[in-house]
Write a protein that binds this ligand. Structure first.
Ligand code: NAD
Length: 395
């Protein structure tokens, strides 16, 4: 089969196995160049949400910078003879292939991380895998969650709270800057979003792992969050998703208490930088902000992708020479370069002027589009996309 990108709105419904393999190889090479030495580096790592974006980069960093064995949990569509798998499926196959060549263990569990069944499966597998984890990364991004207790399915939404939000947004498909008006969320929508993207499931994972004595005495238990700039505040930080992130951040303190009582390390939230991922491309206004941000940070020489962010997280924060540094709310701030006042001032200056006509001049939208295609294994110069590939073959 010849596989080409088929984009529908903010998702690409096809993905390319060879392109995904090359993406992983590139990230693995970068991580291998950022080796972490010293006794504290993790040896056994669990990544929940390990197939794309930040979770995938964390797993690659754990393996290729630290030499850790990794257990990855994700929810991805396998291929059929007629249809390619989702990108995360190929990514995970590629990761396992490359890491096993280096002699490290890697095991995958593909299923719903919100369910009790998958938590049980991880616990059973972890015992075969060698025992306690010294690092857990919680990096799920999902539009829905079925609560294992009451069986109800909750849906997340991306809406402002308390007032109508009007701003400009980018139709990434049509390359068009246009106005957007979003009605505020109802109380039910706010609490459903919190159910999906808040800290409840992270805490359930921690309870399950502590109950099975699977967290080592120095275990670090990390979840990812985002804050972002003034321009996206009504839709992000002060909106439904921001409310859920606040819940996640507040959960860290409770999780730390539980871990301390069990003598099993500590939980942190790391606030990461805005980047093109499958999850972030679905958020209104954010793709326009990211396109401007990429340009400004590239000009300043401070641009990072997921793998550069996670390598810096591991090297400078989690397993560095000094204590883990946190802000007043006890969060690790990996978004420090994004939130640099000079960068944010430039965003504020550019924002009112950007329109469809000057998009290429004022933003790095071309890079945004390249990065978006790359998420699905497309647009790589080293891959011949006119060659037949078997979508169901192992990468
Ligand atoms: P992503 O869409 O690239 O990855 C999501 C991961 O979650 C995938 O591995 C997917 O398989 C997995 N997943 C989703 N539902 C699942 C389920 N039910 N069971 C098992 N696995 C499931 O997302 P991302 O952008 O890397 O986001 C990861 C985390 O990082 C989120 O908490 C997000 O808020 C945070 N973050 C993202 C950004 C950004 O700009 N992308 C910035 C800061 C923080």
């Amino acid at each position: 089969m010849i596989i080409k990108p088929r984009i529908k709105g903010f998702v690409c419904i096809t993905s390319h196995p060879t392109g995904c393999l090359e993406n992983i190889r590139e990230q693995a090479n970068y991580a291998a160049s950022q080796k972490i030495s010293g006794g504290q580096k993790p040896k056994r790592v669990l990544v929940i949400g390990s197939s794309t974006g930040y979770g995938l980069a964390s797993r690659i960093t754990a393996a290729f910078s630290c030499g850790a064995d990794t257990l990855g949990v994700y929810f991805e569509r396998p291929p059929t003879d007629e249809r390619p798998a989702s990108a995360g499926f190929y990514n995970s196959q590629a990761f396992c292939k490359l890491v096993r060549k280096e002699g490290y263990k890697a095991e995958d569990i593909n299923g719903d991380a919100f369910s009790n069944e998958i938590k049980d499966e991880v616990i059973a597998k972890a015992k075969e895998f060698g025992g306690q984890f010294d690092l857990v990364i919680y990096s799920l991004a999902s539009p829905r969650r079925t609560d294992p207790e009451d069986g109800s399915t909750y849906r997340a939404c991306l809406k402002p709270i308390g007032a109508v939000y009007k701003n400009k947004t980018l139709d990434t498909d049509k390359k068009e800057v246009k106005d957007i008006t979003i009605e505020p969320a109802s109380d039910d929508e706010i609490s459903q979003t919190e159910k999906v993207m808040g800290g409840e499931d992270w805490e359930l994972w921690t309870d399950a792992l502590l109950g099975a004595n699977l967290l080592s005495p120095d275990c670090l238990n990390i979840a990812y969050s985002y804050i972002g700039p003034q321009v996206t505040q009504p839709i992000y930080r002060n909106g439904t998703i921001g409310r859920a992130k606040l819940h996640l951040e507040n959960t860290a303190a409770r999780i730390t208490e539980k871990m301390a009582q069990a003598g099993s390390g500590k939980a942190y939230v790391s606030v990461n930088k805005a980047l093109v991922t499958q999850a972030s491309s679905a958020i209104p206004v954010v793709p326009l902000y990211v396109s401007i941000l990429y340009k400004i940070m590239a000009e300043k020489g401070t641009h990072e992708g997921c793998i550069e962010q996670t390598c810096r997280l591991f090297k400078d924060h989690l397993f560095g020479e000094s204590e883990i540094s946190v802000d007043e709310e006890q969060r690790i701030r990996l978004d420090d370069w994004e939130m640099d006042p000079d960068v944010q001032q430039k965003i504020i200056e550019i924002w009112p002027y950007v329109n469809t006509g000057n998009l290429s001049e004022l933003t790095d939208f071309d890079i945004y589009q390249e990065e978006f295609l790359k998420l699905f294994g497309f647009g790589r110069k080293d891959v011949d996309y006119d060659i037949e590939v078997d979508p169901a073959a192992t990468v």
